[in-house]
Design a protein around this ligand. Structure first.
Ligand code: PIT
Length: 410
């Protein structure tokens, strides 16, 4: 069966027996591992008929699997089938079921996870962040309009391709809510959990949580993209959870010095403890953060192109809505350019370089990048905030599902 000379024997380790999954093997040739979960493996695979590449998630649904069962995987499939038409959500292509495994075949996204990109570049510019967050909020709006909550949004579950085009993946915790339904289950990834999810499992009689948890996660993601470290972290997990529940985060670090007030304002409207006051995806998309300079410049150029012939002297005195609009756009552009310049401007003095080189954005990126390459994890920057936190996040599912998991949780 597996006669590909580029594949070693180990690469085929832990692949389901051919007899277990005849239908899948008849159509696809499995290749190298792209990622692993607790009870699943994602591999590249090739469709035999036309050699087109895909990614297959092979999920162990036997008794031994302590995170997955057939029903929950089939619920995930139902949701994936509903949402796959969105261009920024991973597309499900095929599903195969056998007694021990379920195979989910997806389009192949070659750029990897946003998480890996972030660890490589340390932090994203505001422009890149705007580009990523706009797509993310569009996806969340699309899901929430269908009453679907993702519940595990984080950079590991955002795949990228090309110039930061995103594909949201992993709908393993996603649910479709019935009218006004509230959720109680504790699931997600610690650093991205909304306060109400935690309160739900700590406070008896707490009503539950809803879609707003995804918007909190978006706030954590946006903060992390801009700063290169998460807003909530503490080496003691109990303190981390307390910080989350109190909404205790700040923009104090040197990495925030050259970031605009507009970006911080949007994050501040997302990381709001009371879910009723938190921004919805629609509100987030209308925030001034998305009134981009690029768009204004583009609009100005378009206007210049379609400029009408010079006016006659008699026309000059008249009120002209078009030229008033053009002048307004030009003024907005100029102000934004000026503001962007001021925000990014960094006065680099010998004193700063000597006393605190870490304050200088360019130097900070080099230090962080080198540290990561040398140590393989992030170097501690303080008691409360730590890049290593990025690497400690792994999903947890509710106590009610598995006693083992609940022990490790809270
Ligand atoms: C990759 C590359 C790729 C697709 C995937 C991963 C898909 C992951 C995925 C996992 C899920 C889910 C949807 C998508 O519900 O092309 O590294 O649990």
């Amino acid at each position: 069966m597996f006669e590909d000379p580029t594949m070693t024997r180990e690469m085929y380790d832990d692949l389901p027996e051919e007899s277990d999954a005849k239908e899948f093997y008849a159509k696809y040739e499995p290749k190298e591992v792209l990622g692993r979960g607790l009870s699943s493996v994602v591999r590249r695979c090739v469709r035999k008929t036309d050699l087109q590449e895909f990614a297959v998630k092979i999920i162990d649904v036997t008794e031994q699997s302590w995170t997955e069962d057939r029903d929950s995987v089939m619920k995930e499939v139902t949701i994936l089938q509903m949402v796959s038409r969105n261009a920024n959500i991973i597309q499900l292509v095929d599903v195969f079921e056998c007694t021990t495994f379920i195979f989910l075949v997806f389009e192949l996204i070659k750029g990897g996870e946003l998480f890996d990109y972030l660890t490589e570049v340390v932090e994203l510019s505001e422009r890149e962040t705007r580009f990523v967050m706009r797509q993310l909020f569009e996806v969340v709006k699309f899901l929430h309009d269908l009453n679907i909550v993702h519940r595990d949004l984080k950079p590991e579950n955002i795949l990228i391709q090309g110039k930061l085009e995103i594909k949201v993946s992993d709908f393993g915790f996603a649910v479709r809510l019935k009218e006004e339904q509230l959720l109680k289950e504790l699931c997600g990834t610690p650093g991205y959990l909304a306060p109400e999810v935690l309160k739900c499992s700590m406070i008896d009689g707490f009503a539950g949580y809803g879609k707003e948890v995804d918007m909190w996660a978006c706030g954590v993601i946006m903060y992390t993209l801009l700063a290169g470290q998460p807003p909530f972290w503490h080496r003691k997990q109990m303190m981390l959870l307390r910080n989350i529940m109190e909404g205790n985060y700040n923009f104090d670090g040197p990495e925030w010095e050259d970031i605009s007030h507009t970006s911080k304002d949007l994050i501040a409207h997302l990381l709001i403890v009371d879910p009723k006051n938190r921004f919805t995806a629609e509100q987030a998309l209308q925030h001034p953060f998305f009134e981009s300079i690029e768009y204004a410049v583009w609009a100005e150029k378009r206007l210049r192109k379609s400029r009408s012939p010079r006016k006659t002297p008699s026309e000059k005195g008249k009120f002209d809505a078009k030229s008033k609009f053009k002048a307004a756009i030009a003024a907005v552009c100029a102000t934004q350019r000026l503001q962007a310049g001021l925000n990014r401007q960094q006065v680099l003095t010998f004193k700063t370089m000597a006393e605190d080189p870490y304050r200088v954005r360019g130097i900070r990126r080099v230090i962080d990048g080198c540290a990561f390459r040398i140590y393989g994890h992030w170097v501690k920057k303080g008691e409360d905030q730590n890049r290593a936190a990025l690497f400690e996040n792994f999903p947890k599912r509710d106590a009610t599902k598995n006693a083992n998991v609940s022990k490790t949780w809270v």
